[in-house]
Design a binder for this molecule. Sequence first.
Ligand SMILES: [Zn+2]
Length: 206
Amino acid sequence: MLDIDTLAWEKMNFLLPAIVQDAFDGRVLMLGFMNRDALETTIKTGKVTFWSRSRQKLWTKGQSSGNSLKLCQVIADCDNDSLLVLAVPSGPVCHRNTPTCFDCEGAQHPSLQFLSELEKVILKREIERPPGSYTTELLNSGVKRIAQKVGEEGVETALAAAAGSDEETLNESADLVYHLLVLLRSRDLSVNQLMTVLASRHNTPA
Ligand SMILES: [Zn+2]
């Protein structure tokens, strides 16, 4: 638990830098500053709120753009003088209409990030269940049917890898991963949980 009283407010002129990170895919979204009031407002309302240094007042992200940041967790660093804010953005975070204020796509494994984006799309389908969507149809068919599809796609991937072309192998692998993501969702499991299991098997990163 974050203890607001133990933060190094005085050391930092009563303004702590707050790094905002996407709670789903780990992307760094933006940097803002929080005074005590902003931090308390953030925790109380669940909407990430900063101290605007240019306007000299509290600024709840999205109050004019509509693109708010839903708070998941606030963590202080080892010295209690900066904050890491894990949040879920409701839209583009940057005023340039880009998802993040930092342009470093190449350095952030976009291919892995896409798994999280796909997971979000599947979650949206589950909530909204738009008719005509294959994902809706799949989710409506239930866990057993989705599990069966994963089995079929697994066999097709294996066959393509053993005897087919690279293109077929990649296509079947893509089908397999998509169906696996839908299966996880149908059991209320997340890619994050999957990653945690994978990571726990490799305790020292290469
Ligand atoms: Zn920006």
